[in-house]
Write a protein that binds this ligand. Structure first.
Ligand code: GLU
Length: 485
């Protein structure tokens, strides 16, 4: 049988890392089995669903490279299918109208709580007579529709991740609401458990893979499959992503949506690699750095952990830096052009491309995130750099001013700067002033960049020179020095 899997996000927020990771596992499993991956937007909660969230979800999945084969399907366009299923259940006596008001249900819950019992519906309207129903109708009450759940049922399935899972019907909270209140004879907005099952049946889903937070829904859904006379799919519940204190990662932990990660300068390849490792241990033949296709080739649920997976920023940063350091220069530059344009830096992406490429090569080894190139690149685009405390004290070292004067004179007489002339200017200034070469190097760096640490000095000098900024910066450092003395 061809594997058919789906990701079914609700557009009630941006694409969350947890949903994206579930999408990754579905994608890997689907691709491993040459199956079909389906995107379904679960938008029946019309109060909380928003089209900008749908767009964010779709563009996030695309950005991550999680391409789907069918969809997106929208549940709000499929309401007649859910209504037909509810009607089938009503006709078969497996579902019924319940007229309880929210106040009555609150009261029931309060009494259960007072007795130390778990809250559950007591099925009180299961067997209303037609007269009782008409009396409620006459009061103007609008019933919900509930699906019968027998307390003495035992529900069991073999979970792809967790093995045998067993639930008792009595633990499912009583008969379950499957559609919201609406006048009797009509069917209100159908609810999650019902619509998911109707769609998973209609779309021929063979493997329902979703987060562990849905595990309590699965026994209810299994009962609905039975009631609708459909064969059961496999179910797999993937471990949750946890924050550093072991709680489910939530909005309170700051960044949780894929677009946030994108804005922070993470690469899609690094993020999918990292998400795959969140709960899955790759077999030995796969190194820790892999793309989705390589992971799909060896993916199986045997290696998905049951325990929650702690989100580890250091690991993600390390992976992201590995991808950045190995990326071909032209590709990295395309990313950085967007980052630098976003920062408002002034350059011509076409005409300045050779210069931009040298700059990219200079910065590449120290990038952890793409956005690091904003601070690291600033001094190459903007004149002048601000001097940090270390740079100022470096410029105040004895001999620094003479070194800079020597370098400036050398530059003014030299014309073009090449790696060779740069080195010989440094050597010459060092000798002429009678200082250690380290002092010359640190002083030159302080003058050019406003800091005493940074990437390769000769390359930095050459790149600044190509923008004609080295001489003004030497002059400025000299004038700073003379002003402070
Ligand atoms: N709309 C649900 C969610 O976003 C889907 C759960 C499922 O996969 O069944 O969590």
């Amino acid at each position: 049988m061809t594997v058919r899997v789906r990701i079914a996000p609700s557009p009630t927020g941006n694409l969350h890392i947890g949903t994206a990771r579930t999408a990754v596992f579905n994608w890997l499993y689907g691709r491993h089995h040459q199956g079909t991956f389906i995107l379904r937007i679960e938008d029946t909660d019309q109060e909380r669903s928003r089209s900008d969230y749908t767009e964010n979800i779709i563009s996030g999945l695309k950005w991550l490279g999680l391409d789907w084969d069918e969809g997106p399907f929208f549940q709000t366009q499929r309401l007649e299918h859910y209504e037909a299923a509810v009607q089938t259940l009503l006709d078969a006596g497996l579902a019924y109208y319940c007229y309880c008001t929210p106040a009555e249900l609150d009261d029931l819950r309060a009494r259960q709580k007072a007795k130390g019992q778990a809250p559950r519906y007591d099925n009180r309207h299961r067997n209303l007579t037609p007269e009782q129903q008409s009396a409620f109708d006459a009061e103007g009450r609008e019933p919900v529709i509930r699906f019968k759940i027998e307390d003495d049922r035992q529900i069991q399935w073999t979970d792809l991740v967790r093995g045998t899972v067993t639930w008792k019907g009595a633990d499912l909270g009583g008969d379950m609401v499957i559609s919201r209140a609406a006048p009797r004879g009509t069917i209100g907005i159908p609810l999650y458990n019902l619509v998911v099952v109707v769609d998973d049946i209609a779309m021929g889903i063979t493997d329902v893979i979703r987060g562990e937070d849905h595990i309590g829904n699965t026994p209810k859904q299994i009962l609905l499959y039975e009631a609708l006379g459909a064969p059961l799919p496999n179910f797999g519940h993937t471990p949750l992503i946890l924050n550093t204190s072991g709680q489910k990662l939530s909005k309170r932990d700051g960044v949780t949506s894929i677009s946030d990660f994108q804005e922070m300068g993470y690469l899609a390849e690094a993020l999918t690699n990292y998400m795959t490792l969140l709960g899955w241990s790759p077999p030995e033949e796969l190194s820790e750095i892999f793309n989705l296709s390589a992971a799909a080739a060896v993916f199986s649920f045997d290696r998905v952990n049951k325990a929650g997976a702690k989100f580890d920023w250091d690991k993600l940063n390390w992976l992201n830096s590995q991808y950045l350091h190995q990326m071909p220069l032209p590709q990295l530059l395309d990313h950085l052009i967007r980052v630098w344009q976003g920062a408002g830096y002034d350059f011509d992406p076409t005409g300045d491309r050779p210069w931009l490429e040298s700059l990219t090569a200079l910065l590449q080894p120290s990038l952890v995130k793409l956005t690091d190139a904003i601070a690291q690149g600033r001094l190459f685009f903007n004149e002048p750099p601000s001097m940090d405390g270390e740079a100022i004290s470096q410029l105040n070292q004895s001999g620094s001013d003479e070194v800079l004067t020597q370098l400036l004179h050398g530059r003014q007489s030299e014309g073009q700067l090449t790696p060779e002339t740069a080195k010989s200017l440094i050597n010459h200034a060092t000798k002429a002033v009678g200082v250690k070469k380290g002092l010359t190097m640190r002083t030159l760096r302080a003058a050019l960049t406003g800091a005493i640490h940074g990437p390769d000095l000769i390359e930095t000098w050459l790149i600044l020179h190509q923008r004609r900024w080295d001489i003004p910066r030497l002059e400025r450092a000299i004038s700073l020095y003379s002003n402070s003395n």
